[in-house]
Design a protein around this ligand. Structure first.
Ligand code: HEC
Ligand code: HEC
Ligand code: HEC
Ligand code: HEC
Ligand code: HEC
Ligand code: HEC
Length: 497
């Protein structure tokens, strides 16, 4: 009989290598089919299908070659060689029984392999896997996500989605991540996947389609100043979200940028998209306006090099789920709820300071927050420290909780590392374009009017009377800073707390 392979391949090591390779090819094919038919394929499946199993396949193939080389040497040296497999005689009842047992055993084993790879597949689909298993590293993102409006939306829904090119991209990055985590090569914090993020049309718009936008939303914010009485004041804003559906409400407003008929494009030299010197708006009537920043005008040559991008959801909602809150905002919120007693002198200021200190680990942070607050009241207000023991203990507890939700020294993550583009108080946000310094050649300014994006309905300082008007009132900055708030970006002061 003519042999299909050279005789040196006929030996036990090569045979075992061949079986190992064959089984891994089978399982890889099975996983590929499983993944192609799954509704939300998991990125980390790639680690099994495209990294782990191919490694097994390679090991099998190496075994085959090693076996063949060894066999060749034995042949040359005249040593006993060849595959000496037992001869099976089906007329012999013992042989028959052994064959049947062996076959059933193999089928069961194959079943177990297939079943466990299916289970592994399911496990990698889950958010706990993304957030926890090999991703200690992603603890910050996972924690923030659990406290966000998208806590029930799977990681894969925003990060992977379906479609061939992202399938391949996520496989490759999945494999890279395995390498990075294994060899401790990942950057801290994990950089924002700003370039590789799926386009918003394929993720956000599955659930929030542009025709279904809301018209307006009221925000009632309460603030406390950093003075000894924690002076309380409040602000009511009617945010003009606007929509894309003529029948549901006005199509102007903030979501106007997203209105299908309009096209806002911008150019930036900055990979984080924080500095936006050039903006173009096109509307269906053929109007085409270009706004340029008087602070950082691009030369023609720079404009050619710049990245040009059409604005979509992510340009404003870049932190829809991994939200790390600025300390002042979290503390205002908890004080407003009464969980931190506003009667404690300098409560706001002490809490913000205790949160912002650059601690090296979470354990040290939690201990230091306690010591810091206790010491402060014992030293400066011994009577209050004695009388309001319970309130101080609760304050410590709340501040520790805020810390645990928003600061991750292990990954160097905090609100300062991740810019949130919605709003304009703590980060440049809308004022990247609407800073009052972007103008067209014939002098039209991209508006920074306080009542364009929201109407300031009401404002009240503790002792003043309530100022209120449906048409919008003039804003009063809580501490006297002259006209600075009209000229500077709010974040110039508010990001440096
Ligand atoms: C609602 C959509 C959404 C969901 C759900 C979501 N992410 Fe994200 N994620 C984003 C966006 C958008 C960014 C980019 C943020 C930016 O550009 O500033 C991001 C960024 C990240 C980053 C990069 C670091 C950073 O904070 O910018 C990591 C890591 C990450 N996500 C992990 C996860 C994990 C793990 C889960 C599930 C537990 C998850 N994401 C769920 C939308 C989502
Ligand atoms: C799988 C569906 C799904 C996807 C994908 C999704 N969201 Fe959401 N989104 C939701 C749900 C559900 C809510 C919560 C609605 C509620 O609380 O009433 C929500 C809430 C929101 C809110 C309101 C938040 C608030 O403060 O109440 C915003 C803004 C938002 N999503 C933006 C986005 C953006 C941007 C993306 C794309 C990166 C996205 N969503 C992707 C389902 C989704
Ligand atoms: C120009 C910036 C901008 C763009 C672009 C943008 N949004 Fe918004 N969106 C806002 C602002 C501002 C709000 C109201 C502020 C808030 O969330 O509290 C908002 C509110 C929302 C809400 C929540 C409404 C509510 O009741 O809380 C959803 C959902 C939403 N946007 C989804 C989207 C989606 C999806 C896209 C992309 C198709 C998109 N937005 C594009 C700025 C933007
Ligand atoms: C990339 C630059 C850019 C950013 C960032 C940006 N805008 Fe705009 N915005 C524009 C341009 C351009 C116009 C159109 C001006 C015109 O009509 O010529 C506009 C117009 C508007 C309008 C008026 C729409 C109307 O009905 O006429 C509102 C409201 C608005 N923006 C709100 C916001 C808010 C809120 C944010 C932040 C969440 C924001 N914008 C961020 C570029 C930007
Ligand atoms: C380009 C649109 C735009 C303009 C112009 C604008 N705002 Fe805002 N403002 C926003 C958005 C969007 C938010 C965030 C709403 C949210 O938190 O969901 C906001 C939030 C605020 C808040 C609450 C901030 C917080 O997080 O507590 C204050 C205060 C405020 N604006 C004051 C002003 C003042 C004063 C001006 C005039 C100098 C102004 N805004 C101009 C879009 C704008
Ligand atoms: C020159 C610096 C400066 C500029 C610019 C500035 N602020 Fe302030 N702002 C302050 C100071 C100082 C305080 C008091 C902080 C405190 O007592 O904790 C403050 C307090 C606030 C608070 C209360 C904050 C909190 O954490 O409780 C709000 C809201 C606020 N400013 C809004 C704005 C807005 C909106 C703008 C831009 C239109 C702006 N500020 C521009 C310096 C500034």
């Amino acid at each position: 009989m003519k042999r299909f392979l050279p005789s040196s391949f006929s030996n036990l090591i090569t045979l075992i290598g061949g079986i190992v390779s064959g089984v891994s090819v089978g399982v890889i094919l099975f996983l590929v089919v499983l993944e192609a038919t799954a509704v939300n394929p998991s990125p980390y499946m790639g680690i099994i299908a495209f990294v782990f199993l191919p490694a097994v396949l390679l090991a099998g193939m190496i075994m085959m070659i090693v076996g063949a080389l060894r066999e060749q040497r034995r042949m040359r040296l005249g040593k006993p060689h060849g595959l000496h497999l037992p001869k099976i005689d089906f007329n012999n009842p013992r042989h028959r029984r052994a064959t049947v047992t062996l076959s059933i055993g193999s089928i069961l084993l194959l079943g177990v392999v297939v079943f466990s790879s299916f289970k592994a597949y399911e496990a990698t689909e889950s958010d706990a896997f993304c957030g926890k298993t090999c991703h200690n590293v992603m603890e910050p993102e996972y924690t923030a996500y659990q406290y966000s409006p998208h806590a029930r939306v799977g990681c894969v829904q925003c990060h992977i989605g379906s479609g061939a090119s992202y399938f391949v991209k996520s496989k490759l990055s999945g494999s890279y991540q395995l390498y990075a985590v294994t060899f401790n090569k990942y950057p801290k914090p994990i950089p924002t996947p700003i370039e590789n993020l799926r386009p918003a049309q394929e993720t956000c718009e599955h659930c929030h389609w542009p025709k279904h936008f809301y018209s307006e939303k009221v925000l009632k914010n309460t603030y406390f100043l950093s003075d000894s009485q924690n002076t309380k004041w409040s602000l009511e804003l009617l945010v003009k979200i606007g929509g894309g559906n003529v029948e549901a409400g006005p199509t102007s407003g903030i979501h106007w940028h997203m209105n299908i008929a309009h096209e806002v494009t911008y150019a930036t030299l900055d990979s984080t998209r924080q500095s936006i010197p050039w903006v173009r708006v096109k509307d269906p009537s053929g109007i085409d306006r270009i706004y340029q920043s008087s602070d950082a005008k691009l030369t023609d040559e720079e404009l050619k090099r710049a990245r040009v991008r059409r604005m979509d959801c992510i340009d404003c909602h870049n932190r829809p789920t991994h939200i790390y809150r600025p300390p002042a905002r979290s503390v205002n919120h908890v004080m407003d709820l009464g969980w931190i007693d506003p009667e404690l002198p300098f409560a706001k200021s002490i809490c913000v300071k205790a949160l912002e200190y650059p601690y090296s680990t979470k354990e040290i942070a939690l201990d230091s927050i306690k010591l810091h607050i206790e010491d402060y009241y014992k030293t400066n207000y011994p009577r209050i420290a004695a009388n309001k023991n319970a309130a101080i203990a609760q304050m410590i507890d709340e501040v520790q909780k805020i810390y645990a939700r928003n600061y991750f020294p292990f990954m160097k993550v905090s609100w300062k590392k991740f810019t949130d583009n919605i709003g304009h108080l703590y980060y440049p946000g809308c004022f990247r374009c609407h800073d009052g310094k972007h103008t067209t050649d014939n002098g039209k300014v991209l508006s920074r009017d306080c009542n364009v994006c929201h109407t300031i309905l009401a404002q009240k300082f503790e002792k003043d009377r309530l100022r209120i008007s449906l048409a919008g009132i003039d804003y009063k900055h809580p501490v006297d800073i002259g006209d600075a708030w009209k000229e500077m970006n709010c974040s110039d002061c508010h990001n440096s707390q």
